[in-house]
Design a protein around this ligand. Sequence first.
Ligand SMILES: *[C@@H]1O[C@H](CO)[C@@H](O)[C@H](O)[C@H]1NC(C)=O
Ligand SMILES: *[C@@H]1O[C@H](CO)[C@@H](O)[C@H](O)[C@H]1NC(C)=O
Length: 499
Amino acid sequence: MKASGCILSFLFVFSSISSISLALTDAEASFLTRRQLLTLPEGGDLPENFENGVQLNMEFPNPRLRRAYIALQAWKKAIYSDPLKTTANWVGPDVCHYKGVFCEKALDDPKLDVVASIDLNGADIAGYLPAELGLLQELAVFHINSNRFCGIVPPSFCRMKLLYEFDISNNRFVGEFPSVYACLPSLTYLDIRYNEFEGCLPAELFNKNLDAIFVNNNRFGCTIPETVGNSNVSVLVIANNNFEGCIPSSIGKMRNLNELLFSNNKLGGCVPPELFQISNITVLDISSNSFSGIMSKSFKIDNVEEFSLANNQLTGFVPESICKLPGLKNFTYSNNFFNGAAKECVPTSRNDIVMDDSSNCLPDRPKQKSSKECQAVVSKPVDCSKAKCGGGGVPSKPPAVPQQPPKVETPKPPQTPHVQPPPVHSPPPAPVHSPPPPVKSPPPASPPPAPVHSPPPPVQSPPPASPPPVAAPPPDDFVLPPNLGFQYQSPPPPMFPGY
Ligand SMILES: *[C@@H]1O[C@H](CO)[C@@H](O)[C@H](O)[C@H]1NC(C)=O
Ligand SMILES: *[C@@H]1O[C@H](CO)[C@@H](O)[C@H](O)[C@H]1NC(C)=O
């Protein structure tokens, strides 16, 4: 009785929000999630040849488009609010003309059109992903950023052997790290930022040959896996989560790394000197954590432009080797316990680099901490040569600090790009080390995403413990994925400012 009244009121809510966009309440999001979990087949995938059992009184140019029709109609049914009416023309057999759906010639048969790309970025749709979406087996690009999708990523996505770019950022997805990352052999760009994922990063994530990983602004925790050093990514963004422990020293092996954003977590211990040997890094931000100890003196990060150490508990001297780095444009070391800095690192000494040294323990500099505050920390220096801090281990206990680092500004919401996808399914495979997505897009005008004020929605745990069907090894004539990575066609939400 009570339950049905509850569902009725949800139905009422859904019909009343059909034309205006509203952030979903936690109750609505968990309702959608439960709906999805109830409809997902056991194991999260459809039975083999499921599509053959579906009766349709329609003609299709080929069986793959018929399969796509079944997938897209199931998706349309799983949509509860579409205020911009994006899916209004998702009617009839001509799926290649559905809004946000793009067809290309099949890689293995140029006479056949297939659905190669989905781009619903910024459509503001509320709903969930049904298992039938796995029938889009020719899909290379799946972009649904800035919508209100809830629930989990169904294991049936493992059928998408050509899936190359996967961007589900800025939605309301929940649960553990989506397991499909492991079964998609073509995956290159993985963007799940601004959702409500929780738990640990799987160690295997860094053994996949990906180019970019964005997991920022979720509820992830645990330590950073030691495998991180195996990764060839050019961009790794884990900012604004609850990661703890040390940075594994294996990080120094990430030779393709251009951008590393670890800010606003609970990381600590001494910063491994290996981090400062990554020569190609241009953006390095470890601000707003609990790093302690003195800085190493050796810096080979010759290409670094943006470098932030702010809001930690670092002590000792800021060496000139940092401030002489040839590419440096912006260096922030405010709100630490540094008690000396090379003259090249004094902000007033130069106008070619933006620097911030405020709220430290620097003699003769304005806006510093009180001597009482400084004394408590500076008198008990952390010996990093003794601090055991490899392997994502437990950091040595940082000195008691009389004052919490300031709370970081609420991150700006991702922007919603509307970019026409370029042709897929034709050019040769992209080099894996393609340039990173644009990071300095201007801050979006829209209000920030719903604050993470409430406890996680009361969702059931994600489907069965049994792992999704593992990808069969690609056949010999397997065609490589199309060239999409070079300029990621749909720029992800911006990382600056506020990531
Ligand atoms: C990284 O690239 C190297 C050299 O191309 C390759 O041998 C290695 O398997 C790659 N690592 C991963 C995790 O893909
Ligand atoms: C660094 O970047 C340059 C140019 O982008 C590239 O040629 C070089 O191979 C990179 N170095 C490493 C170690 O990846």
